[in-house]
Design a protein around this ligand. Structure first.
Ligand code: PFF
Length: 455
């Protein structure tokens, strides 16, 4: 494992450290909470297929673009676009948009992450028969309780980010990612011993192609951007700490495959678990419409009931481990969301990391508290900053790279750590995707998303 000299701005300590940190950013609530719910909501394997296509033909090329811009400029998203703007006033706006999305997405992300922590306690209280306490911490509508857990999670995120790139982010994600995979596999192995799990697996892998329509494609693309942490400069920021020896295309491929893999594996846990819950008498589908009951809160409504039905120490262990898993996955993502605005404040306003992290973290904390109390607002934040904001960021990144900075310059940067890439067939295909296919597809999806939101 190559060790790189740490510059004053910070760099990843090793190739594996970077890949795990970027994969840690990608793997989060989006994979374990978002993906399985979307699959169940959208016709099982048909959604998986469209999602895979979105990740491979749009997500992967955009991820290469973000990492390349980051490494070329060694700057936060605003600084990066300024550095490559040739004095154009509009180009840095792409970076500012990323910083805004980072703050806003993190604000609701910490609320949901707070729920995962609250449910660790819910499972414990239930086991020890402290029913009132269990109901209290498990109440998603209790603003005061939500705010406490949100702030707790925010502080955890800030503490990791104050540690810096290699000693904070890299060290924590390197430790947490293998733990996370281990827990996931153990839970899956156990779930398949329970009644109903195989019905879930059948639904998961049995495609219903009749469900493929415009809305499904939009959901799949939005999910791909969110899950791969694209469109707001998180990977520009992580790329800015990369050294010139690292092969960008290879790293992006590992991160993409890792993220898809964990989402598919998480589905193997959550969807069978839903059917186990159903076998235990919990209603998960609306008998009239056939749609899932309350998608957003599904994991928090259905799974605890399943853990309670299993009962005893096993039920407790399953429940606690699942919500710890979800919390850990969320933490490795929330640090990357916070790192975007923090790196901006450090680089552009010359403020020390510790102060920057607490400053930005406090702003996010305040918005998070508002969302903890008014949880209905979360849906609006998801619509604006996630469903529209990230694809919009991705579109601007493609257009900027393809037509302003020019793909030849990007390829020149990619040559470091990957000699010969600029004359390879891969680079021709990548250019076609970045200049034409990805922006056209994203634009189509965006137009219809905005249309849907407005109508
Ligand atoms: N990829 C994370 C998830 O799947 O939960 C969420 C996320 C992290 C989105 C970082 C955007 C981002 F920049």
């Amino acid at each position: 494992m190559a060790t790189i000299i740490e510059s004053s701005r910070g760099t990843w300590n090793s190739k594996l450290g970077f890949i795990l940190a970027a994969a840690g950013s990608a793997v989060g609530l989006g994979n374990i909470w978002g993906f399985p719910t979307q699959v169940a909501d959208n016709g099982g394997a048909a959604f998986i297929l469209i999602y895979l296509i979105c990740c491979l033909i749009i997500g992967f090329p955009v991820m290469i673009a973000e990492l390349t811009i980051g490494r070329r400029t060694q700057k936060n998203p605003v600084g990066a676009f300024k550095a490559l703007s040739n004095g154009n006033k509009f180009v840095p706006l792409i970076g500012y948009w990323g910083v805004i999305c980072g703050v806003m997405i993190l604000s609701f992300y910490v609320v949901i992450s707070g729920w995962t922590l609250a449910f660790v306690f819910e499972e414990l209280f239930y086991f020890f028969s402290y029913d009132t306490a269990a109901i209290y911490v498990g109440d998603l509508g209790n603003g005061f309780k939500n705010a406490i857990f949100t702030l707790f999670f925010m502080v955890l995120t800030i503490l990791v980010v104050t540690g810096g790139v290699s000693k904070g982010i890299e060290r924590v994600t390197k430790l947490l990612m293998p733990v996370l995979i281990g827990i996931l596999l153990i839970l899956i192995a156990y779930i398949f011993t329970l009644e109903g799990a195989f019905d879930g697996m059948i639904m998961y892998f049995n495609p219903d192609f009749s469900t493929i329509n415009g809305t499904l494609i939009l959901s799949a693309l939005g999910q791909a951007f969110f899950s791969l942490s694209l469109g707001m400069g998180a990977l520009i920021t992580y790329g800015s700490y990369l050294n010139k020896k690292q092969n960008i295309v290879e790293s992006a491929a590992y991160v993409t495959i890792f993220d898809i893999g964990i989402a598919v594996i998480a589905g193997l846990l959550v969807i069978p678990a839903m059917f186990v819950a159903q076998a235990g008498g919990v209603e998960i589908f609306d008998p009239v419409t056939g749609a899932l009951f309350s998608s957003t809160t599904l994991v928090f409504d259905v799974l605890p009931e399943m853990f309670h039905n299993v009962g005893g120490v096993i039920g407790l262990l399953l429940g606690v481990t699942f919500f710890i898993l979800l919390g850990l996955a969320a933490l490795t993502s929330s640090i990357s969301l916070l790192e975007v605005p923090v790196s901006y404040v450090i680089d552009e306003h010359n403020i020390k990391r510790k102060k920057a992290a607490w400053m930005v973290g406090s702003i996010v904390g305040v918005i998070g508290v508002v969302l903890s109390i008014e949880t209905v607002l979360i849906d609006y934040f998801v619509n604006i900053f996630n469903e529209v904001g990230l694809p919009l960021g991705g579109l601007m990144i493609c257009l900027f790279l393809g037509y302003f900075w020019k793909s030849e310059n990007a390829l020149l940067e990619m040559e470091d750590g990957n000699k010969g890439i600029s004359s390879s067939k891969f680079s021709t295909i990548w250019i076609i995707f970045i200049k034409f296919i990805s922006p056209i597809l994203i634009a189509l999806v965006l137009i219809s998303t905005i249309w849907r939101l407005l109508s």
